[in-house]
Design a protein around this ligand. Structure first.
Ligand code: CUK
Ligand code: CUA
Length: 701
């Protein structure tokens, strides 16, 4: 039996049921909520200091011994176990990889709180199952084809003054170069934009410190605007790009009309990060394949893996986005596929695009919380290279170039902008930060997290020398990204760090040849060499490249929509929403309008009669105002399933093109009388004048 059902069917309720008493929604709600409160621990209990008696110590020891747990295990359990009813301190928003979704986990418990459908239709949320004109399907169309999945890589939380503000989450789809916008009031995807220049992306979604722009960088160079050119014309015709999506915070949407892109050389741009504090106004973007290798093993060329790794240095791209914005504002753009693009010659002439060398095939670039330094991790170099933004600014002002690339982009002299190189281990990829002046770099080949010290303003914060490796904690296995608590913000918390390991190998029970990925939780609260792994959590839904971890109390989540008849897409009350008392079925020619309401435990009307071939517009308002009173609505055979959150209004359309009798029912176990929350859609066959005889109906005649 479903937990919600058990929860609500108290003894008083059972008596009412037996007596056939009509159940008022309010009664259920009050009872459910009281029950819920009883189940949460009181603050007094939480605050009571613990003093173990000898008997309790003995009991604990016995349990530990029976499960072969040592003291570190017990401590890890104590650091992560979250009692029933207690809420987590952080929420981890994770990319869902090839699942196309976003997942939210509580930290430190590592409990999955929910998935958020973005690029892949998801039936529980009713996402993409709303009939023929479902906006989700329309938003997922690319060049006239429905593309019903995504390869989500980098979630980015909206920021105010460089701090996560808990209002929005952006997520990129690497496979199809799309960006999704999630409103964190109701945790629903509100918008998906398709990049008009490129098929795939990678360096997104990252935000500027006040979420002026959401940045989407490309990866594999193509002909911008989905053009074609033979691979022999690579250097001439293929290009990289970075797109600046303007975010309208009041509307909660990307404003495509105020967005623009920059043309970049056909190097494979990789991850990027926005400057903040000392580096506010810049974005930094890695690249690899400055060799412009074009692969082609079959033609006797070196494969990409060799051709793109020949040179010792690639280029970090340094972009002054405010100057780029000014160039866009002045109309210095070329329209490509209907989208404004600042061409290379403009960026060079106006002085807002510079390169600087970075060691061999870099992957991550991460800006320190104060914005002073950029940390680049080159996966084929055991060092991280740290650049100083003060030095970058000076080199730009002094035109301290070591040359320019073949496209004429000036290259800042490496020694003039480099601050330090720290040997951290094999295969460094990504870096996060804490509040103690440490940086944490993932080591893909070593399968470890390296803790090392920052210099500059951070020097006074920890006992060690600056720019030195302090310790490494082994993780299982091949770690990609890592995410620290508030780790990309201007003031990281330094409490927890998630290691996103690629293949879990032996960590869990085997699940067939496809293994789950592994999120390991590290306690980074101490200094020095103390940095233990305290939890393993299998993620069996995709390869979650990246996460961001936000303090839970920053999220101002609605649990009930603010008004009855709420249109969740528009985030407002919808005048089209049927009201209690206005239910019914009306017809205009072959167009049928159904106005329906839903409340525990019935839909009104319960019978909807239409003719085969009618086009039906079906509107439902949930008139519930209680937390957790979600209903579902499905029509089997017509691919329709909705989730009706309390007070939500939904509308869907479809053509009743197959005659028959279709039960519709509520798909959420919402109440004791949930199974009764049902009705019939009667689709009368064409040309029917009188009720047919039963045997002819069953014979399908
Ligand atoms: S990438 Cu996957 S581990 Cu797409 Cu951020 Cu580095
Ligand atoms: Cu409503 Cu089940």
């Amino acid at each position: 039996m479903n937990a919600r059902f058990r929860f609500r069917i108290g003894s008083a309720l059972a008596a009412m049921l037996l007596a056939g008493v009509a159940i008022e929604a309010t009664t259920l709600t009050a009872e459910a909520q009281q029950e819920g409160r009883r189940r949460r621990r009181s603050d007094a209990q939480e605050a009571a200091p613990l003093e173990l008696t000898p008997a309790q110590v003995a009991k604990l020891t016995e349990v530990a011994n029976s499960r072969s747990l040592n003291m570190d295990d017990l401590l890890s359990a104590a650091k992560t176990f979250t009692p029933s009813g207690r809420h987590d301190e952080y929420v981890l928003f994770s990319s869902g990889g090839q699942s196309g979704q976003v997942f939210a986990f509580g930290v430190p418990s590592m409990r999955l709180l929910r998935s958020i459908a973005v690029f892949t239709p998801e039936s529980w949320q009713g996402y993409g199952f709303g009939g023929d004109n479902d906006r989700v399907h329309e938003e997922l169309m690319i060049n006239g084809k429905p593309v019903l999945w995504g390869d989500t890589h980098h979630p980015g939380l909206s920021e105010t003054g460089g701090e996560y503000d808990g209002q929005f989450l952006f997520i990129s789809d690497k496979a199809n170069a799309r960006v999704g916008v999630i409103d964190l009031r109701d945790w629903e995807t509100k918008q998906i934009v398709k990049n008009p220049l490129t098929i795939s992306d990678h360096g997104g979604s990252f935000v500027t410190p006040n979420t002026e722009y959401i940045i989407e960088g490309g990866q594999y160079a193509t002909v911008l605007g989905y053009g074609y050119a033979p691979i022999e014309d690579y250097q001439k015709s293929y290009r990289g790009m970075v797109t600046f999506w303007k975010f309208d915070r009041a509307k909660g949407r990307i404003d495509v009309s105020k967005s623009f892109a920059m043309e970049l050389p056909p190097y494979w741009q990789d991850l990027s990060d926005a400057g903040k504090g000392a580096s506010d106004g810049f974005i930094f973007m890695n690249s690899f394949n400055v060799e412009m290798a074009t692969g082609g093993i079959e033609d006797g060329n070196p494969p990409f893996e060799a051709g793109a790794s020949k040179r010792d240095m690639d280029y970090m791209h340094i972009i002054d986005w405010r100057k780029a914005e000014a160039a866009f504002g002045a109309g210095k753009v070329k329209m490509i596929n209907g989208f404004p693009v600042i061409m290379l010659e403009t960026s060079i002439a106006d002085g807002f695009l510079h390169f600087t060398p970075e060691p061999k095939s870099p992957h991550g670039v991460d800006v320190t919380p104060n914005g002073q330094f950029m940390v680049v991790a080159g996966k084929l170099d055991p060092h991280v290279t740290v650049y100083s933004v003060a030095k970058v600014k000076k080199a730009i002002a002094d035109k301290k170039y070591s040359g320019s690339d073949v496209y004429g982009v000036p290259i800042l002299d490496f020694d003039s902008v480099m601050e330090a190189q720290v040997e951290v281990g094999l295969g460094p990829l990504h870096t996060q930060f804490d509040d103690k002046g440490y940086a944490y770099t993932s080591l893909f080949l070593d399968s470890a997290v390296a803790r090392w010290t920052l210099g500059g303003e951070y020097e006074a914060k920890n006992p060690e020398q600056p720019w030195k490796l302090v310790t490494k904690t082994p993780v299982q296995y091949n770690i990609g990204h890592l995410a620290a608590a508030e780790g990309d913000s201007a003031s990281p918390d330094g409490k927890y760090l998630i290691s996103m390991a690629k293949w879990s190998v032996d960590r869990f029970l085997p699940t067939g040849p496809l293994l789950p990925q592994n999120f390991q939780l590290l306690d980074i609260g101490s200094t020095g060499t103390d940095m233990p792994v305290i939890y393993d959590m299998p993620v069996g839904v995709g390869e979650p490249h990246y996460c961001q971890m936000i303090k839970a109390d920053k999220l101002k989540t609605w649990t009930v929509y603010p008004e009855i008849g709420w249109n969740a897409h528009e985030q407002r009350m919808d005048p089209k929403a049927p009201k209690s008392g206005s239910e019914g079925v009306t017809r205009d020619g072959t167009n049928v309008l159904v106005n329906m309401t839903a409340i525990r435990s019935h839909f009104k009307p319960e019978h909807v009669e239409v003719n085969e071939g009618d086009t039906i517009t079906w509107r439902i308002t949930s008139t519930e105002t209680a937390i957790d009173a979600t209903h579902g609505f499905c029509i089997g055979g017509y691919n329709i399933n909705l989730s009706l959150e309390p007070s939500e209004f939904v509308e869907f359309t479809f053509v009743a093109d197959r005659a028959g009798t279709y039960p519709f029912y509520c798909t959420e176990f919402c109440s004791a009388l949930h199974l009764e929350m049902a009705g019939y859609l009667h689709v009368k066959p064409k040309g029917l004048t009188a009720a047919p005889a039963l045997d002819s109906v069953q014979a399908g005649k």
